[in-house]
Design a protein around this ligand. Structure first.
Ligand SMILES: [Zn+2]
Length: 184
């Protein structure tokens, strides 16, 4: 595709929602994907509707496009930071373009994940001190192992994680973060 004139309007469809902006606005973040939108034409330009199409989250893209207009990215406060990171990565936007007022939003899940890991470590240490004779056939002992010692079985680990999540359920976006901890 030929370079689009700076003062032309570019039509960008994200997840079914159409956005428009001046081509020159896309130069705000020079290393980002949209700054070289013409290079994406083969992959993303739809001749039938004369627009670029990206199958991404339109709600977050509204904030991203606004960042191109303002020169800094601001993020809605009600999403998990991991989601933002994935979007920034897709659009090839560096986190340095996120405004300082939104750093907490971007990184809050990091601290939640860290808190979860610390809780898991201290939980394991506490229980490992309570030695249980391995291979015991005693039903009561095995039941206790199942419920109380995280390493005794994967089921016990799941129960423990659920109880940790319950304990911290007041934290925003924690459930989304919990899946990342489990995945680790
Ligand atoms: Zn902000």
């Amino acid at each position: 595709m030929e370079p689009i004139p700076e003062d032309s309007i570019v039509r960008i469809n994200v997840g079914g929602i159409r956005f428009q902006c001046y081509r020159k606005a896309l130069n705000t973040f020079p290393d980002s994907k949209l700054a070289s939108i013409e290079k994406l034409a083969t992959e993303c330009y739809r001749n039938d509707s004369n627009e670029f199409f990206f199958d991404r989250n339109p709600l977050l893209f509204a904030f991203i496009l606004d960042g191109y207009r303002k020169g800094l990215l601001h993020l809605p406060k009600d999403h998990c930071g991991i989601t933002y990171k994935e979007e920034l990565e897709f659009w090839n936007l560096s986190a340095r373009w996120v405004a300082p007022c939104c750093w907490e939003t971007l990184y809050k899940c990091d601290s939640d994940v860290e808190t979860m890991k610390q809780l898991l470590i201290s939980f394991k240490r506490t229980n490992e001190k309570m030695l249980v004779k391995e291979g015991s056939d005693d039903l009561k002992t095995r039941l206790w192992q199942f419920l109380e010692i995280p390493n005794s079985s994967k089921h016990a680990m799941v129960i423990m994680l659920v109880s940790v999540i319950d304990t911290l359920s007041g934290k925003t976006g924690l459930n989304a973060c919990a899946s990342s901890v489990v995945a680790d």
